[in-house]
Write a protein of this length. Structure first.
Length: 301
């Protein structure tokens, strides 16, 4: 640890404890940053910035230090990615970066755990928020609630970002045409609501993934005497074919097709849809007033 890093933390036992905890997380933090940035040197910078911020903040008010460090590294990486996009600059190729850094054991550990140069190239095609959401959720298991705070979106929107990133990484349809991708998403959501309003069980099955999940946040769970958690296309189709969704209005939720239920002209419940391979894989209801207030909602006429 260099002098600048050492000077960021208090002396004595507290400083030693923080240094030990940070070193225990260093390899994982470098792996997170490298997957997002595709550059070992920039990953090192992001991790060091997290260390410096930890030194300024201290650990007294941090309940989950590993989670806090991951959040800081992710936010630093997101800023770097957005800066790249605004400057229209590309990082060094992963192959070049690997060669120049391979002599450093710490970098070797990062690269050994990394997704490989081929996938790094694919990840560079994602929008910054998509890349962060995909990497954190799919590769490191970070919850959408936590990702939402990092990317400045709702949990539903964070799920959508990860889903779009996943489709593009996997070479899904429309990866090079986001407008067409959004149009397909909207068409599937519209088909779902037509089927629900018509009580058409078979039409609902046609747009649902066999393993679809239906979930609501804590506030949504308490509505109407208790909202069920449903798993599988048959359960979800049965629920929505017998409970007509005429009161919900189609809307763009943070730019993604979904629906909203209004009460006294105020949005009360938001329906978020995750779609993969042309099927709805999850339906998430958000009724937390604070979360709903943070969402950008545009009713589709």
């Amino acid at each position: 640890m260099d002098e600048e890093q050492a000077g960021a933390i208090p002396n004595g036992s507290e400083g030693d404890w923080l240094a030990e905890r940070f070193e225990a997380d260093r390899s994982r933090l470098q792996a997170v940053a490298y997957r997002m940035l595709g550059s070992a040197s920039e990953a090192d910078d992001a991790v060091q910035e997290a260390w410096l911020r930890l030194g300024r903040t201290g650990a007294a008010d941090i309940d989950n230090l590993s989670g806090w460090l991951t959040t800081v590294v992710a936010r630093v990486c997101l800023d770097v990615l957005r800066s790249r996009k605004s400057r229209r600059e590309e990082p060094l190729s992963p192959e070049f970066d690997m060669r120049t850094e391979a002599a450093n054991p710490e970098h070797e550990a990062v690269l050994a755990e990394s997704v490989g140069s081929a996938l790094v190239v694919v990840l560079q095609r994602l929008a910054p928020a998509e890349r962060v959401a995909f990497v954190l959720h799919d590769l490191f298991g970070v919850s959408f609630e936590e990702i939402a705070g990092i990317v400045g979106r709702s949990p539903v929107a964070a799920r959508q970002l990860a889903s779009r990133g996943r489709r593009r990484v996997q070479g899904g349809a429309g990866e090079d045409d986001p407008v067409a991708d959004m149009a397909r998403h909207q068409a599937i959501v519209e088909a779902f609501f037509r089927a629900s309003r018509g009580g058409d069980f078979q039409a609902l099955l046609a747009v649902l993934d066999p393993n679809v999940e239906f979930r609501g946040d804590e506030q949504a769970q308490r509505m109407g005497g208790g909202l069920p958690r449903l798993d599988g296309a048959n359960e979800v189709a049965e629920f929505f074919s017998t409970r007509r969704m005429g009161v919900a209005q189609l809307a763009l939720i943070d730019g993604v097709a979904g629906a909203v239920w209004f009460a006294k002209d105020r949005p009360r419940v938001v329906f978020g849809f995750t779609i993969e391979d042309g099927k709805i894989t999850s339906i998430d209801l958000s009724a937390d007033p604070r979360r709903v207030a943070e969402m950008k909602i545009e009713v589709i006429a």
